[in-house]
Design a protein around this ligand. Structure first.
Ligand SMILES: Nc1ncnc2c1ncn2[C@@H]1O[C@H](COP(=O)(O)OP(=O)(O)O)[C@@H](O)[C@H]1O
Ligand SMILES: [Mg+2]
Length: 251
């Protein structure tokens, strides 16, 4: 059984339909990339999985995570899965950090929220997550406030938050956009490491360079529809759709 299975997902914001019968699945230890132009619905797929849609949204279809159908779960149940079972790195993650608390305490707090019995080890867990996210001198950075860190470091703090509970599925929305190449490398390394631990990643990106480095399988999304799906080699060697070729030629 796949770790995540999305069946016939359709989504509307008010009268505006943005997803059309989207179906895909992801196995354990797999990195699935979703590529497509801006506005094609990539982020909307991730928000649908997380159950973080705005009030005007209407969703049809089914989403199974580890055998549990998510779309009909109560909010209290979904909240337990978010963070612990499914981690998320948002598109503009730094804005999710609270300026009034040290970054370390924000990571530790996420751990404690899901593992209340783990208070004693939360600091150690947080520092480990920071290291995993590629933060140098993690111990020192633990006590710093968001404004004391560069954008790239704040981004990695958000990644540390998303992995501190060791979720089996990580959703990452353009996590390496606007980061310099060395930082990008560290983050891509993290995805490889998660995969080697049997964890799964859905990576939204418009950067085929990133796809080539870490992707196993690719979904190509256009105007809310999957127009092509295949393993990374197939997509690079013989794209079936001219749209995919167009995206590829943008590298
Ligand atoms: N909260 C919202 N309310 C209404 N329309 C939205 C909302 N969020 C996104 N959209 C629209 O849905 C479409 C898909 O957006 P999105 O999923 O963010 O695409 P992508 O991540 O591929 O750029 C776009 O046309 C966007 O304008
Ligand atoms: Mg987006």
């Amino acid at each position: 059984m796949s770790l995540l299975e999305v069946r016939g997902l359709s989504l509307w914001y008010g009268d505006n339909r943005v997803l059309y019968d989207v179906s895909f699945s992801i196995g354990r230890g797999e990195v699935l990339c979703i590529v497509g132009e801006s506005g094609s619905g990539k982020s909307s797929i991730l928000y649908s999985i997380l159950g973080l849609l705005p009030p005007n949204a209407r969703l049809e279809g089914e989403i199974y995570f580890d055998g549990v159908e998510l779309t009909t779960l109560k909010e209290s149940e979904r909240r337990k899965i978010r963070g612990k079972g499914i981690g998320m790195v948002f598109q503009e993650p730094s804005s999710y950090l609270d300026p009034l608390f040290t970054v370390g305490s924000q990571i530790a707090e996420t751990f404690e929220a899901h593992f209340p019995e783990g208070k004693k080890e939360s600091r150690e867990r947080a520092v480990n997550a920071m290291r995993k996210a590629g933060i140098p001198k993690a111990e020192e950075k633990f006590g710093m406030y968001p404004h004391q860190l560069s954008g790239g470091l704040k981004q990695r703090v958000c990644i540390a938050i998303s992995v501190v509970c060791e979720p089996s599925l990580l959703l990452a929305d353009e996590p390496t956009t606007a980061l310099d190449v060395s930082v990008q490398k560290r983050i891509l390394n993290l995805f490889r490491r998660l995969r080697s631990e049997g964890k799964s990643v859905i990576l939204v990106t418009h950067d085929f360079g990133v796809v080539a480095e870490v992707g196993d399988r690719v979904l190509v999304l256009k105007d809310g529809r999957i127009v092509e799906e295949g393993n990374v080699y197939e997509i690079f060697d013989s794209p079936k759709e001219s749209y995919t070729e167009m995206l590829l030629s943008a590298i």
